[in-house]
Every structure is written in C-alpha cells, then in structure tokens.
Design a protein around this ligand. Structure first.
Ligand SMILES: Nc1ncnc2c1ncn2[C@@H]1O[C@H](COP(=O)(O)OP(=O)(O)O)[C@@H](O)[C@H]1O
Ligand SMILES: [Mg+2]
Length: 380
C-alpha cells in the first residue's frame, strides 16, 4: 500500500503535525466558536476541516461542511446547505422533511427523499432572478441553520471551505451581512477556511473590515521539515526500502515544502520503486519521479502558459529565475524589460489567477509558484 496520498482523504495517522489547528477547529465545532483557517492552496486546509469535522461528529456534533468553490453561484451553495442539513438530521423521513421546511421556511425548499438511493434532493421554491443579489438568501440559510441548532440540542456548526468564493460572488456587503449573522447566532459554530490569503488577511486583520477580530485565526505555513522528513522516511522504510537522507531533502526542496507536492513526489517515487523492483530511495530516483509528474501535467501547464500575454509570461519567468525576490528592483525590471509598475501590477494579476503566491518572510517577502512543479516545467 502506497503510504503517500495526495488529493485523497488523509487518515488521522497520515496527518503530519497540524495538531493545534485540528484541536481548535474541533473545539469550535463543539462549542460554537469561530475559527478562520487561512493558507495557500495545497497546504492542508481541507484535510484539517475533514479531520476536525470527523472528530466533532464522533462526539455528537452536527457539522455542515461545504466547499464554496463546488458551486457556480450562491443558490447552489444554499441548496447544498439545506440538503446537508436534511442528511445530518437523525430523524425519520417524514419528520426530516417537516423539520427542514420549518427551519428554512422562507427559502421554501422543496425536498424529496429517494428511498432506493437513500438520498435527499432539494430545490428552492423561490430562487432569485439571475443577476439579483443572492446574499440575502445565503443569510436566510444561515438563519435557518441557527434555528436547527437551537432545536437540535446537539452542538451544530457550519464549516465553509474556500470561503473567499462567497465574498467574491456576493461582493462587499456580503462581508458585513455574514459578520452580523455570526454575531447574532451565538449558538452556531462557524469555521471559515480560505486560500485567497491577501483577501482574507485583509478581511480578518484590517480593523476597517467587518471580520476583524471575530475569532481565532490560524495561518497555515509549510509543515515542519523534521516532521515531514520523519514521515517520508518512515513511509519508505515501511516498504523495506533503504532511504538516502539526501533524497528526502530533495523531495522537500523540489516540492518547495508544499504538502501536496511533497506527497505527490513521494507517491510517484514509491510507484517507481515498486514497478522497477528498486531497493533504495535515491536522489536520482526523485529526479525521475519529478520528470514524470511534470510531464503528466505538461498539457495543463502549456494551456495556462499560452493563456498569458507575453508580458505576463516574462514576469512569470522572472519570478522563477529570480526566485521571486526583489522583483521590482531596477536590475530585475531592466533584465526582463518591464517597468516597475507593470511588474507590480502583473505580479498581482498572477497572484489573483492563483499562479503565484506571496510568501511573507521576516522582513521581506518573495513570490513563489502555487504549484512548484509548474516552476520545474518552466525551467526546462
Ligand atoms: N498535515 C498533512 N500531513 C501530510 N500531508 C498533508 C497534510 N496536509 C496536507 N497534506 C497533503 O496535501 C494535500 C492537499 O491538502 P488539502 O487539505 O486538500 O489542501 P488545501 O485544502 O489547503 O488545498 C493532501 O491531499 C496531502 O497529500
Ligand atoms: Mg481545499
């Protein structure tokens, strides 16, 4: 069994570190607290939400966990919220239907149960017109969930993953309305996770913005290297492979400590060892695993690259070759033939497109690719 998983559910034993995050999120789910989980994509936000939700549910909580990016509009998210509520109510079919109608009466949901497939489906009786402000409907759904929480006598909480999407869909007023709902419903737990860190930092850290100081904030950085080294080494040794210490460091370097990429590289290296009957994890093997991964995603990288203007391409190449440091300095802007202001604007554009991310350091910051293997592809 391949001990390295990426893009799949991690078992608790497969989670490296993140104990305090899981503990705080679990507690908030149990005790109607509020936690913001902020971090770049691929750093393990969803894994934390999943682990904490499972722990809270084992202790009797009702957790409505939703990924805001899974729906093209707020109405889809609201429908999912109502549906999840129906699924989580442990009562018989008719009762569930009645309760859902009562809690979410203003949304006038029409829900039905398919006994054969043991599944619920829902539609909203009065969906808003296209282009209309959908935030009130979302707030109404939160209010309905709070009514459910009051009736349930079990700790009840909502966890929204990729929360920035809700704000992007709803606009500035959405922030204030959600904050007001969070203040109103003290018996409902709220966990909001998001990857647009600039937006969310500003939302939660800027005194002028509605979410300022509303709850605990966790910023997800990379996993501590020693712990990840231990996890990777133990994983390969468990398959009776000899492990070169250098090779494990190479995995972390090439993956730039991004948990998803670390696991992907480890996983493909494991597969190669199995296929080839190898007996040792070596630096050479890691390079071949990287090549496979970069080739596999090559068509995707090419599409992204071709979708950029030549200026954007130059700035992206500059970020890779300069390691994202001092990008607006005279020497860098001259070398890549863009003005400092175009450089800044383009970096922000690439950040917004989630191609680049800004990594804060003690007294400075640097630009890194969200997907370090894209950088490897660009270097080729
Ligand atoms: N704590 C962790 N320990 C080990 N691997 C992790 C951890 N967190 C994340 N990963 C790896 O990163 C992948 C992406 O995690 P995910 O939670 O989906 O990130 P995000 O939601 O922040 O985009 C996981 O599938 C796993 O391979
Ligand atoms: Mg996620």
């Amino acid at each position: 069994m391949n001990p390295f998983q990426y893009g799949a559910e991690l078992k608790p034993s497969q989670m490296v570190n993140r104990k305090s995050e899981i503990r705080d999120v679990t507690r908030a789910l149990m005790e109607h607290g509020r936690v913001f989980l902020l971090g770049p994509r691929r750093f393990g936000k969803t894994a934390i939400l999943r682990a904490a939700s499972a722990a809270a549910e084992r202790q009797g909580a009702i957790v409505i966990r939703l990924d805001a990016e899974a729906y093209p509009g707020v109405d889809g998210l609201v429908r999912a919220l109502v549906l999840e509520s129906a699924r989580k109510l442990k009562s018989d079919v008719t009762q569930t239907g009645e309760k859902i109608l009562r809690f979410f009466s203003r949304l006038r949901p029409v829900i039905s149960y398919d006994a054969a497939g043991n599944s619920w489906s829902a539609s909203l009786h009065a969906p808003p017109a296209a282009g209309a402000d959908q935030t009130p409907m979302f707030i109404e759904a939160i209010d309905g969930l709070a009514r459910l929480a009051a009736a349930a006598r079990q700790p009840t909480a909502i966890a929204i993953d990729e929360f920035q999407k809700v704000i992007e869909l709803g606009g500035e007023t959405t922030e204030a309305q959600i904050r007001a709902a969070m203040q109103r419903h003290t018996a409902l737990g709220f966990i909001l996770a998001g990857s647009k860190t600039t937006l969310l930092n500003d939302m939660t850290l800027n005194p002028a913005r509605p979410f300022y100081r509303l709850g605990i904030r966790h910023f997800l950085g990379p996993l501590p290297r020693e712990e990840f080294v231990h996890f990777i080494t133990r994983g390969f040794e468990g398959g009776h492979y000899r492990v070169e210490a250098r090779a494990v460091q190479d995995i972390l370097d090439l993956a730039q400590d991004v948990p998803y990429n670390v696991q992907a590289l480890s996983s493909v290296a494991w597969e190669l060892l199995g296929e080839e009957g190898g007996d040792a994890l070596t630096a050479k093997l890691i390079l071949r695993a990287l090549k496979l991964l970069v080739e596999r995603d090559g068509p995707f990288y090419l599409t992204v690259w071709n979708g950029l203007t030549t200026v954007q391409q130059r700035v992206l190449a500059a970020a890779v070759h300069q390691r994202g440091v001092a990008m607006t300095s005279g020497s860098v802007t001259q070398k890549y033939r863009v003005s400092a202001s175009t450089m800044s604007k383009t970096l922000k554009f690439l950040e917004n497109r989630e191609i680049l991310r800004r990594e804060e350091q003690k007294d400075s910051f640097r630009w890194r690719l969200e997907d370090p293997f894209f950088a490897a592809w660009l270097r080729d």
